[in-house]
Ligand binder design. Structure first.
Ligand SMILES: [Mn+2]
Length: 462
């Protein structure tokens, strides 16, 4: 038989791409992993007559002639198909892989399929289904749209490609229901989730780590919470933390720890390995036994190694600062700035910073016939400054708060450089395409939602 399988904690992208795979490989069976993400379970429960699948546990690995993996190829996330992969390794079964994740260094390689960057692997597979001339009905179109919207934060994540957007346009023409998409994308929290959210918000302590705000909360619950990961994401967003870890203490000393990051600077999986758990940069979990406070302290101690330093002002500023004297006339200052090719400069008197002046303000004054006045009359005297170790975010906040275009960079009373709006814009729109370090890539990598039975490797109880 041909078997289609996605990752554990099946998300909408994995379910949608499983359904497409079953169409691309007629007769193939979809094997559902043990756990489905909460909203996916709700969707599937309503649509299971339409999208048929079997529990993976009911399938005999020896009967599988070809395994078709969708939305996953990292061997560490493939424990649920380990017996079948062993047959692939032994040359007894074939492997096709459809995935959109960056290489992990632990990837299985298929003899067929496709691996290309897309916001959702659903898009990649839909391109193939459409190329085969297949039509889709509104139910299917809705599921595929859910897959793409869910994996791309509704087409806003940095990983979204124009190809994803094009597929959504086609799906809407095919009758995808946006009201159904919304129903499952924004599934309301359960009562238990709302209670947990309140507890997390009330018990989060914020730690400053290399300039990142990392929250750690300890909560006590009398039974495991379905959807603790969603609660963690929501609390992280509400409190504007760069990352948030929730240590959930259960009866009999059991602990579930879930981490989520909004900033790419925080490697959640790395921090959770200190607790015997794991995961990815944006998401991870651990389960173990022991006192919650001990786990919290271990986690906090691991943060320094899991947070990358912020981009510092020193890397963005123009270091060799030429300054103007406040006694220069505006005409002289304007000519000097033009000669330097600078859009502004700090104003120094006897080596001390007394103001900042911009070429634009000077030009305006000159145009108004005030070219004979001194620079001091047209500089901004209340000068905000930043230190060279301030982060890009600090500089941005100072500029926006003061609505100012350039910040002198001061160190021990001396001007070391100047950072301008243009410098920040260059960094924000920079070639890495990510500007600041917000991690808006809400990919299914975060499938590890931290249930206590999440996986053998993360429930070692160490
Ligand atoms: Mn995906």
């Amino acid at each position: 038989m041909e078997l289609v399988v996605g990752h554990e904690s099946l998300d909408f992208d994995a379910l949608a791409s499983s359904v497409i795979a079953a169409r691309l490989y007629p007769g193939a069976v979809i094997g559902l992993p043990r756990r489905l993400a909460r909203p996916v379970r709700a969707f599937y429960s309503l649509h299971k007559d339409r999208f048929t699948a079997r529990g993976l546990s009911t399938i005999d690995p020896a009967a599988v002639a070809r395994l078709i993996l969708v939305d996953v190829r990292d061997r560490r996330r493939l424990r649920h198909v380990a017996p079948i992969l062993a047959r692939v390794d032994a040359g007894e079964a074939e492997l096709h892989v459809y995935d959109h994740h960056p290489p992990s260094g632990h990837d299985v390689e298929g003899s067929g399929g496709a691996v290309e960057p897309r916001g959702a692997v659903t898009s990649l597979m839909l391109e193939r289904l459409r190329a085969a001339g297949a039509a889709v009905d509104p139910l299917e179109a809705t599921l595929y749209a859910l897959g793409i919207y869910a994996d791309t934060a509704s087409l806003t994540s940095a990983s979204t490609t124009s190809a994803d957007v094009a597929q959504v346009a086609w799906l809407l023409e095919a009758g995808a229901s946006l009201s159904m998409v919304n129903r499952y994308l924004t599934a309301p929290f359960s009562d238990a989730q709302r209670e947990a959210l309140a507890a997390v918000l009330a018990h989060t302590r914020t730690h400053a780590v290399h300039g990142a705000r990392v929250g750690v909360a300890v909560i006590v619950m009398d039974r495991p919470l379905d959807g603790l990961a969603e609660v963690t994401s929501e609390a992280c967003q509400l409190d504007a933390h760069d990352a948030l870890f929730v240590v959930c203490a259960l009866p009999k000393g059991r602990l579930v720890v879930v981490g989520r990051a909004r900033s790419r600077r925080v490697d959640v999986g790395r921090a959770l390995r200190s607790l015997g758990g794991g995961g990815h940069r944006g998401a991870g979990s651990a389960t173990r036994r022991g006192p919650a406070e001990e786990a919290r302290d271990t986690l906090v101690a691991s943060l320094a190694g899991a947070v990358a330093p912020a981009r510092r002002v020193a890397e963005l500023m123009s270091p060799s600062v030429r300054a103007l004297s406040p006694e220069l006339t505006l005409a002289q200052a304007g000519a000097t700035l033009a000669a330097w090719g600078h859009a502004g400069a700090p104003v120094l008197r006897d080596g001390a910073l007394v103001g900042v002046v911009s070429a634009r303000d000077i030009q305006r004054a000159v145009d108004a016939g005030r070219d004979h006045l001194p620079v001091a009359s047209h500089m901004s005297g209340v000068v905000r400054t930043v230190g060279p170790d301030a982060s890009l975010e600090d500089a941005l906040a100072a500029m926006v708060d003061g609505d100012i275009g350039r910040l002198p960079v001061m160190e021990t009373g001396v001007v070391r450089g100047i950072v301008s709006r243009a410098d920040l814009l260059r960094a924000l729109y920079g070639p890495d395409g990510r500007g600041d370090d917000r991690d808006d890539d809400r990919d299914d990598d975060r499938d590890d939602d931290g249930d206590p039975d999440v996986s053998p490797a993360s429930s070692s109880g160490r």
